[in-house]
Design a protein around this ligand. Structure first.
Ligand SMILES: *[C@@H]1O[C@H](CO)[C@@H](O)[C@H](O)[C@H]1NC(C)=O
Ligand SMILES: *[C@@H]1O[C@H](CO)[C@@H](O)[C@H](O)[C@H]1NC(C)=O
Length: 404
């Protein structure tokens, strides 16, 4: 009798535990195997031998036509990796101002398209406060929206980076998973702690920056592609920075190039942890010689036969199957898509006119949170519920003003 009760209690405990959300446990090579799609957070390379040095250039601003033609095209197109294939990079695309014809162009050229959000709300608090439901509307919504208006497959949109790198801990990861997102690239790591990509099956050892919330639950098979900080210019110790426009580095084109090469060298001469660079177009506009310096930097990298410019998706694929440099080859995706290039004049929620370049016929209303396809009927419903709601009205379309 006593044992039965005890047994039932145990069963109850087991059941309730497995039904509730699982706290992540400590990771070890015994319980987490790459063959099962699991990797512990670590600064140790998944490969003992000579690894390729992977570098991901990443962009998280609206894909607008002049940045495409003035910055990305001259910097990135017609550039090749040591294996002779075109380079790749990752674009985490927000909605407002984005030209979806150009999103498709980038996609067809072999670049990875990932998710930023629909609103790109400029208030950090918005992202720290957001519920899973709101975040799902932001991430899944943008995934649906981009896939539709750029006419590219949703299955190829698998990564995300949150605006201003504001992770909301488990809430964000749950929203990602519910949105079909497979990896995040928002979590920064100290320049001296060179983390490799890993999964969130077990507790992460990656330091949680002050002001952010980091995931604590177990999220099976969900990948984190850490952003290892670089070291900027400071007269007083090391300036940890990640986005190039926050590194306070100034100089001639050669000096800028040398500085960036020295940052690559910190990884390349040690563990060859993959490098993620955040390259905002504002840096090129406001920092003298930065465009020429960055171009020289890329030209110099092109001379190194162990350095590959790849998308973050490719970095994760390599981490899952870490082949040595001698066997490493980039894949060239075979992609086709049609684009009608239709200019859609639409009023956003603030009443401002936007010219949304679309590959498919124009939506009835401007696509937005809760209505990623811009359908007239859904909007009426959403507008009503927004007016009634007391919580979400404050952070409605506060878009960053980008002067394009
Ligand atoms: C964040 O949440 C707090 C507490 O619920 C609230 O007072 C604040 O207004 C919220 N901020 C934003 C920007 O949503
Ligand atoms: C570093 O920063 C200082 C102070 O802002 C500045 O005077 C100097 O020119 C900078 N050096 C480089 C290499 O950017």
């Amino acid at each position: 009798m006593k044992t039965t009760t005890f047994f039932l209690l145990c069963m109850w405990a087991v059941l309730t535990h497995s039904m509730s959300i699982k706290d992540a446990e400590k990771c070890s090579d015994d319980n987490c195997k790459i063959g099962d799609g699991c990797r512990c957070s670590s600064t140790k390379s998944p490969l003992d031998g000579d690894a390729p040095q992977l570098i991901s250039l990443t962009f998280d601003e609206a894909v607008v036509n002049n940045i495409y033609t003035d910055v990305w095209e001259p910097l990135l197109f017609d550039r090749k990796n040591p294996d002779g294939n075109p380079i790749s990079a990752t674009f985490f695309v927000p909605h407002e101002y984005t030209d979806y014809r150009r999103v498709q162009d980038l996609y067809l050229r072999g670049f990875e398209i990932g998710v930023n959000s629909i609103t790109k709300n400029s208030l950090a608090q918005y992202w720290l406060n957001a519920t899973e439901e709101v975040l799902k509307e932001e991430f899944e919504g943008q995934r649906i929206l981009m896939s539709h208006f750029a006419n590219i497959p949703q299955d190829d949109i698998v990564g995300a980076r949150t605006p201003q790198l504001q992770l909301d801990g488990d809430v964000s990861i749950n929203a990602y998973v519910a949105s079909g997102i497979l990896y995040d690239s928002s979590w920064t790591s100290r320049s001296t702690t060179m983390m490799f990509p890993y999964t969130l099956d077990y507790l992460s050892i990656q330091e949680c920056r002050t002001g952010t919330t980091c995931p604590k639950d177990s999220h099976q098979g969900f990948w984190v592609a850490p952003i290892i900080n670089i070291q900027g210019n400071s007269t007083d110790g090391i300036l940890e920075c990640n986005s190039l426009n926050t590194c306070n580095f100034h100089g001639t084109a050669d000096e800028i190039s040398q500085w960036l090469l020295s940052q690559v060298e910190r990884e390349r001469s040690t563990t060859k942890a993959p490098i993620t660079l955040m390259v905002p177009s504002s840096w090129f506009r406001f920092t003298e010689n930065s465009f020429d310096g960055f171009k020289t930097f890329l030209d110099e990298l092109g001379k190194l036969n162990d350095v590959f410019l790849v998308s973050l998706k490719q970095v994760i694929d390599w981490t899952k199957n870490p082949v040595p440099l001698s066997e490493f080859k980039t894949d060239v995706p075979d992609r086709t898509a049609d684009c009608g290039a239709i200019n859609c004049p639409l009023q956003n929620a603030n009443g401002d006119l936007r010219y949304m370049m679309s590959c498919v016929p124009c939506p009835e209303v401007y696509p937005w949170l809760g209505n990623p396809l811009g359908q007239a009927t859904i909007t009426e419903k959403t507008t009503t519920s927004t007016e009634e709601s007391t919580t979400s009205s404050t952070e409605e379309p506060t878009t960053t003003s980008e002067d394009f």
